[in-house]
Design a protein around this ligand. Sequence first.
Ligand SMILES: NC(=O)c1ccc[n+]([C@@H]2O[C@H](COP(=O)([O-])OP(=O)(O)OC[C@H]3O[C@@H](n4cnc5c(N)ncnc54)[C@H](O)[C@@H]3O)[C@@H](O)[C@H]2O)c1
Length: 368
Amino acid sequence: MFRSQLLRQVAGATRQAPRAAFRTRQPAATSIRSFTAAPVRLDKHDNDYDAGSTSGVPGESGDHEGQYARTDKSVRVEYPEEDDLPPSQPVQGRGGFHFKRTLASFSLEGRVGVVTGGARGLGLVMAQALVTSGADVAIVDMNRDEAQRSAQGLIDTYKDENPGSDKIPKVTAHFCDVSSPTSVNQSLAEILKLHGKVDNLVTSAGFTENYDAISYPHDRMQKLWGVNVDGTYLYAVAVAKHLIEREAPGSIVMIGSMSGSIVNVPQPQAPYNAAKAAVRHLAASLAVEWAHAGVRVNCISPGYMLTALTKKILDDNPDLQKQWTSLIPVGKMGRPEDLMGAVTFLSSDASLYVTGADLRVDGAYTCT
Ligand SMILES: NC(=O)c1ccc[n+]([C@@H]2O[C@H](COP(=O)([O-])OP(=O)(O)OC[C@H]3O[C@@H](n4cnc5c(N)ncnc54)[C@H](O)[C@@H]3O)[C@@H](O)[C@H]2O)c1
């Protein structure tokens, strides 16, 4: 099964880099690098070019030159095993009927949405946003059990927040490895059987990992692109084909990352960054290709979001948290709930003339 393969590969990778949330290959005392330990400039050449630069001779004004703006190949962020993570829960207190005036065009009443990677993290919160806004939702994930638990959790939360509601949304869970065309088609066929149609897609299945480019295991890189890029493409094409055959308009929201526009520091992650740049441009390219059919395609590029996964990594590595937040103009990481409005806007008729756009939800990280 793909899932066990993936876990094996992660285990293999962790054998190469000893298990700890954030490690260097050097002794433990140096495992969390402080700002002042960023790599020094190595480009000391005897030529006229440096004499004309702002710093004069490289290193002249100290080893800090470039230190906030470089990746550090000794930094490895190790991602916890699934069993080490608490399951994601639906957020509380964001749903329920209300009587505040708002634009009707934001409603997803009568729509069916698919969320890949919806079993947990950002995908689960965005699935909840679609349910809260009126849609029925199919959660698609490689983690079958967690998808099932999360689907039930969304229904239970809805019932709690809407006591007496006569219409309970339909939320279903479906196994899929989004990097496999066969698995994508099988899961979509299953969804169509249960829901009858699909109007919206949110592609949140994805993962990141950190190796410096020279040491990146090739099979891991292919897996990363397989899920983040092929997976996004395959599900988008399958849903667009369904919409075009049905002659129905629809909206696809691809979850990219600010890493598709900037280079994160200090952790090196070149293939992930390139994958997310691909997702962003895929959204633009497919928006143009399917504009004639009323199928809109947009991208959301989140910044650093505090999910169960990132929280665990940062709890283990307070220095890394300081480094990340020091680079965010609003001074804090985003909450997964901060994507609820963005995904509802792009999925609904409130954004009918918005297609091919990249909506950055990153606390202005990419502005600086
Ligand atoms: N968390 C952040 O700070 C952040 C920031 C920017 C972008 N993103 C992106 O947002 C998306 C969701 O991230 P998250 O933090 O919620 O991660 P997460 O690990 O909490 O959730 C990802 C989900 O995708 C599923 N998944 C992984 N591979 C799959 C596959 N091959 N087929 C089907 N499902 C698969 C996992 O089982 C999991 O349920 C990812 O694309 C990620 O790159 C996250």
